[in-house]
Design a protein around this ligand. Structure first.
Ligand code: UDP
Ligand code: MG
Length: 326
């Protein structure tokens, strides 16, 4: 079964068109499917419209959140509710065209456990965003401690295993494209052209985007914390140069000013060094609190006679049921 999870916040203008496009993409998929619309505390008639659509189409599941929790909160609720063997995440505004979903499913059938939709081109209503998005992805790519596909948002497909891994993560500042890369699994990339919204206004405010970008960088990189070390080194270098100037010059005022400046730089360098050290501890505290698993097992391969022996031992010890051992 394929599930599609769609967060919905005040999208009354586009719901009929949205569902039509989804149903159209899914009609020849050759699998059972459901679409989970997560109403993220909309103040307009989105919820009623979704409930209304549900009376005509039993594929629809409506999850109504108690208030507006934001894009990531809505997606988290959808990931917990969807029961499919593969789950597609997409936005309601048809910026990510549902016609790409069959390609995701094909890649999944070919063995991919994670399929990331990567934007080949982008039509963005707001020009500032069209400039800022690529910059953000490049910065994140340079800073992150492991590769995150560039130009890729939430649009993509996750196998049940990947969904369970993501649902099991406890962290609160979630940047889903990063987590999707972090959990790993066999990943395929499908290129598509990102469209402009089909109607209504963008629902994410500029500030919430900044928060999201900061979540992304702080969740997947220690490097900003290490900036203090770099600055400390620079201040130390300045201190050394200024002391040499102070020692070499015979002009009393220059000796005095460079001497004082060298001292200031040296003190600054020491303070920055301590901040860097604090940062190293902070990073580790953050790691411990987030408590991501140390690793995620995809599969364990044992030869069949060993499997039989393990099974017999488990049965004898009664430690686990035979079915879970199998
Ligand atoms: N959305 C949501 N809760 C919010 C804001 C947005 O569920 O608080 C949904 C919205 O309905 C849409 C998706 O998240 O389906 C992405 O929002 P939007 O299109 O405004 O973001 P953009 O594409 O501009 O990044
Ligand atoms: Mg959008």
């Amino acid at each position: 079964m394929i599930s599609i999870v769609v967060p919905v916040y005040n999208e009354e203008e586009i719901i009929p068109q949205l569902h039509e496009a989804v149903a159209d993409a899914m009609k020849n998929i050759g699998e059972e499917w459901e679409v989970v619309y997560v109403n993220d505390g909309s103040q307009d008639s989105s919820l009623n419209m979704l409930r209304d659509q549900q009376t005509y189409d039993p594929h629809i599941v409506v999850v109504d959140l108690s208030r507006n929790f934001g894009h990531m909160g809505a997606l988290a609720a959808g990931l917990q509710t969807a029961i499919g063997d593969a789950i597609v995440l997409m936005d309601a505004d048809l910026q990510d065209p549902p016609s790409v979903i069959p390609e995701f499913v094909r890649a999944w059938r070919d063995g991919a456990q994670v399929v990331a939709g990567v934007r080949r081109s982008r039509q963005e209503g707001r020009k500032v965003l069209a400039v800022l998005f690529p910059i953000f992805y490049r910065v994140l790519g340079a800073l992150s401690d492991f590769p995150i596909p560039l130009d890729s948002g939430i649009f993509g497909l996750l196998d049940r295993k990947a969904v369970d891994s993501i649902n099991g993560l406890r962290e609160r500042n979630r940047y889903l494209p990063g987590l999707r890369a972090w959990v790993g699994y066999r990943t395929a990339i499908v290129y598509y052209d990102r469209q402009d919204r089909i109607g209504g206004e963008g629902k994410l405010t500029f500030l919430s985007r900044i928060k999201y970008a900061m979540d992304a960088i702080t969740s997947f990189s220690y490097k900003p914390l290490r900036l203090s070390f770099v600055l400390s080194g620079l201040a130390l270098a300045a201190a050394v140069i200024l002391s040499i100037v102070a020692a070499a010059t015979s002009t009393p005022t220059l000796t005095l000013t460079s001497g004082i400046s060298a001292t200031v730089c040296l003190v600054g360098s020491l303070i920055l060094l301590s901040l860097g050290l604090l940062g190293e501890y902070m990073g580790r505290v953050y790691d411990e609190i987030r408590s991501r698993p140390l690793s995620i097992i995809n599969e364990v391969h044992r030869s069949s006679h060993v499997r039989q022996r393990v099974l017999e031992t488990w049965q004898r010890d009664g430690r686990r049921s035979a079915s879970s051992a199998a």
